[in-house]
Design a protein around this ligand. Structure first.
Ligand SMILES: NC(=O)c1ccc[n+]([C@@H]2O[C@H](COP(=O)([O-])OP(=O)(O)OC[C@H]3O[C@@H](n4cnc5c(N)ncnc54)[C@H](OP(=O)(O)O)[C@@H]3O)[C@@H](O)[C@H]2O)c1
Length: 284
């Protein structure tokens, strides 16, 4: 939670206790029974529990935009959505972005809005087009890694590891990125954007969960979120089992389990998922 002036303010006591419990679960503890049904625990425990996890997060408008035409994305989500993103970072071993996001946002990728450790930071920059001294690679004691295509030069930023991986047609297989990071002890990954990076992980089948935080605004133009290979038939659309969490300031989190399908529409109009557990509201 953040004050209007932007400074971090303490969570209400029960939220602080719930967030403490979630962080403890991340370290192997059991959540106290009194907090199991706390909304923050219900939202965050599926992220805190697994030993290995590839989770992507996108903040988007009602019309599915993640940034304006000029590339600005900082104000799409409200404070609750931003707090959520920082909680996801605090639970991750590493946060990954594509070089397009570093160029557009010069993002820091640290945990600043909530209590918790900052994860390692990974930039996928296959051709070495990142500008010098990006904030994401600043030396603040956190591990920093750049993924490059085989044959591309090492990253010249001091203290930054370069990992070279095979690229085919300009694409490094997301599964190879996940495996390379796992070999380096980074098994809980937050894929934070942008659109091309999250889309590649999704179409490569490398995502376990997808969090989409939808803000009640209409941008009307600009960068769309996911962009996947075309389909002609909605039966082929992904229908992940999804839990919906309304956030306190009007944003809504869709927590999608990409390993569990809610099935497809199949009777020419009536949505059979209405009778299935495919779309659940956290409150009911
Ligand atoms: N609202 C949000 O949640 C959110 C979050 C993050 C970013 N954004 C916005 O998203 C925009 C940037 O998104 P974007 O789609 O343009 O760029 P991006 O996804 O940040 O970066 C894409 C680039 O990263 C490299 N890359 C990523 N995955 C790769 C892979 N598997 N194999 C090879 N190369 C890979 C490629 O670099 P090369 O082009 O060099 O080959 C690719 O073109 C910005 O406007 C930013 O503000 C919004």
């Amino acid at each position: 939670m953040v004050s209007p002036s932007g400074g971090a303010v303490p969570l209400p006591p029960d939220d602080a206790a719930a967030w403490g419990a979630v962080r403890a679960v991340r370290q192997g503890a059991v959540v106290p029974a009194s907090l199991e049904n706390h909304p923050l625990c219900r939202m965050m425990l599926p992220v805190a529990r697994p030993e290995t996890l590839v989770l992507a997060q996108l903040g988007q408008s009602l019309d599915g935009r993640i940034a304006t035409i000029g590339g600005g994305s900082a104000l799409i989500n409200g404070p609750c959505g931003l707090d959520h993103l920082h909680r996801l970072r605090a639970l991750a071993d590493a946060v990954l972005v594509g070089v397009g996001t570093v160029c557009a946002d010069d993002c820091q990728l640290t945990v600043r809005r909530v209590e918790g450790p900052s994860p390692a930071r990974v930039v996928i920059d296959p051709r070495g087009r990142m500008p010098p001294r990006p904030r994401a690679l600043r030396d603040d004691g956190v591990r920093r890694i750049v993924i490059r295509a085989e044959g591309a030069p090492h990253c010249a930023e001091p203290g930054v590891e370069t990992v070279h991986l095979r690229s085919r047609g300009g694409l490094i297989a997301p599964a190879d990125i996940v495996a390379a990071l796992a070999r380096r002890g980074l098994r809980r990954l937050l894929i934070e954007g942008g659109a091309a990076t999250v889309s590649a992980f999704m179409s490569g089948g490398a995502l376990d969960r997808l969090h989409v935080v939808v803000a009640p605004l209409i941008v009307g133009s600009g960068q769309p979120g996911l962009s996947l290979p075309p389909i002609c038939d909605l039966d082929r659309a992904a229908r992940p089992v999804t839990i919906v969490h309304p956030l306190a300031d009007g944003d809504v989190l869709f927590d999608c389990d990409m390993r569990a399908s809610a099935g497809a529409r199949c009777d020419g109009g009536r949505d059979e998922r209405d009778a299935s557990p495919g779309r659940l509201f956290a409150d009911g």
